[in-house]
Design a binder for this molecule. Structure first.
Ligand SMILES: Cc1ncc(COP(=O)(O)O)c(C=O)c1O
Length: 386
C-alpha cells in the first residue's frame, strides 16, 4: 500500500532530472543541464575545512552556524553593500535550498498563497507547494532586448491572502537582474500589503557589467519583512558543500533557530571553516571565476548567433544562456532527443514555469573546450533535423 501523502505522490519530478537521468550514464555526454561550474573548490577554501576536520571539529554545533562564520557573513555583506547586519539576523543553512525550505515552512502553510516571478528554478515552486501554498506565477516580459519585470502584473497578483513574493536576482534561468527603482517599488508594495519579500540572491556575484548585483539588503530596514537567501554554491564553486545563508528581520531569529533545529540541526561544523575563508579571502577567485563565465558566455553567444534556427534571449547575470529553436514547442522531447542523438545535455524550459515554455537553458560555467564541442554537436544536430 502506498502511504505517501497524495499531493506529494502526485507532484511531478523536475523535468531537468528527467533529461539528466536519460543521459547521465551515456559515454561522452557533455552535460550542460545542471547549474554548477566544472571547477573544483579552490584549495584556499578546502584547506581550512580539512584542518578543522583534523582538529576535531566533528560535533554538533550552533543551529545558526558557528559565530565566526556568522561574523564573516556580516563582514562580507558590509564590504559589498555597506550595510550593518546584526548577528541576530543571520543564519547559516545547509545550502540555499534549506533556507528556501525553512522560509516556506515558516511563512506559508495549508491554504496560503504565494507569488513567484518566473521563469524560476523549479525547486522554489515545489517547496512552496509542499508547504501548502497555491502559487501564482508572474512571468517576466521577453523581448529582443532581453527580459524585463512587469511590475503592474506582480502587484496585481499580490492579492489578499498572499504571504510571500519570490524573486531571484540575478535570476536562474534568465539572468534578469532587478534595478534599484523596481526593487524600491516592490518593497513598498510588500510593506503596505504585509507580504514577505523573498529575494534569492545566490547569483549575486555572477554578473557581467558590475562586480556585484544590487541587493534588497541595501534597502531593507532591520524590521522589514525582507528575507534574503544566499549560497556558497555558485560564487565559490562549492555546490557539493551544501552551505548557504539567509538574512531575515530581527523578530525571525527564534523561528530560524527552531526550524533549522527541526530540519537539519545545523550544517557540518568543519565545513564552516572553509566557508569563512571563501568570504574573507575569495575576491580573487570570484573575479577569476566570473571571467571564465564571461568567456563561456561569449563562446556560446557567438556560436548560437550563427545557427540559423536559433534565437538567444540573454540576461545580464547568472551563468546560463537561454535560446529557442524555430519550430520546437516541446522542450522536454527536444532535450531528450538531443541527449540521445547528439550527446549534449540541456535543461528544458518547461521546467522553469511560465515564460520559458519554448526555451532551452544551457549552463556555460564550463571549460571552453567542452562548450565548443557542445556547440559543434548542437549545430550538427540542428542541421540534421532541419
Ligand atoms: C535561483 C537559485 N536559488 C537557490 C539555489 C540553491 O542552491 P544551493 O542549494 O546549492 O545553495 C539555486 C541552485 O541552483 C538556484 O539556482
Amino acid at each position: 500500500m502506498n502511504l505517501v501523502r497524495p499531493e506529494i505522490d502526485a507532484m511531478e519530478d523536475s523535468p531537468i532530472l528527467e533529461v539528466w537521468r536519460s543521459g547521465v550514464d551515456k559515454p561522452g555526454i557533455i552535460g550542460l543541464w545542471a547549474g554548477e561550474p566544472d571547477v573544483p573548490t579552490p584549495a584556499f577554501i578546502c584547506e581550512p575545512a580539512i584542518a578543522a576536520l583534523r582538529a576535531g571539529h566533528t560535533f554538533y554545533t550552533h543551529n545558526r552556524g558557528i559565530p565566526p562564520l556568522r561574523a564573516a557573513i556580516a563582514r562580507y555583506l558590509n564590504r559589498l553593500y555597506r550595510v550593518e547586519i546584526a548577528d541576530g539576523r543571520i543564519a547559516l543553512t545547509s545550502a540555499g535550498m534549506n533556507a528556501v525550505e525553512v522560509l516556506c515552512q515558516a511563512l506559508l502553510g495549508a491554504g496560503s498563497k504565494a507569488v513567484a516571478i518566473t521563469p524560476c528554478w523549479p525547486n522554489i515552486v515545489r517547496a512552496m507547494t509542499i508547504n501548502g501554498a497555491e502559487v501564482t506565477e508572474v512571468p517576466l516580459r521577453r523581448s529582443n532586448q532581453g527580459w524585463s519585470l512587469d511590475i503592474d502584473a506582480v502587484e496585481a497578483a499580490c492579492v489578499e491572502g498572499v504571504k510571500m513574493l519570490y524573486l531571484a536576482t540575478p535570476a536562474n534561468p534568465t539572468g534578469w537582474t532587478i534595478g534599484r527603482g523596481e526593487a524600491e517599488r516592490l518593497l513598498e508594495m510588500t510593506r503596505a500589503r504585509g507580504i514577505a519579500l523573498f529575494s534569492d540572491e545566490v547569483y549575486h556575484r555572477i554578473l557581467y557589467d558590475a562586480p556585484v548585483a544590487f541587493s534588497f539588503l541595501e534597502l531593507a530596514r532591520p524590521d522589514d519583512n525582507v528575507f534574503v537567501v544566499n549560497s556558497f554554491s555558485k560564487s565559490w564553486a562549492m555546490t557539493g558543500w551544501r552551505l548557504g545563508w539567509m538574512v531575515f528581520p530581527e523578530y525571525f531569529m527564534p523561528t530560524a533557530e527552531k526550524l533549522i533545529q527541526f530540519n537539519t540541526s545545523g550544517a557540518q561544523a568543519f565545513l564552516q571553516y572553509g566557508a569563512i575563508a571563501a568570504l574573507d579571502e575569495g575576491e580573487a577567485f570570484v573575479a577569476e571565476f566570473v571571467a571564465r563565465c564571461r568567456d563561456g558566455r561569449g563562446i556560446v553567444s557567438r556560436r548560437l548567433a550563427r545557427m540559423k534556427r536559433v534565437r538567444e534571449i540573454s540576461g545580464e547575470g547568472s551563468f546560463y544562456a537561454m535560446f529557442e529553436v524555430e519550430g520546437v514547442t516541446d522542450t522536454l522531447a527536444f532535450c531528450k532527443d538531443l541527449v540521445q542523438r547528439a550527446g549534449v545535455g540541456l535543461a528544458p524550459g518547461i521546467a522553469f514555469g511560465k515564460g520559458a515554455e519554448t526555451l532551452m537553458r544551457l549552463c556555460y560555467a564550463k571549460s571552453p573546450e567542452n562548450l565548443e564541442a557542445a556547440m559543434d554537436r548542437l549545430e550538427a544536430y540542428l542541421d540534421e533535423t532541419a
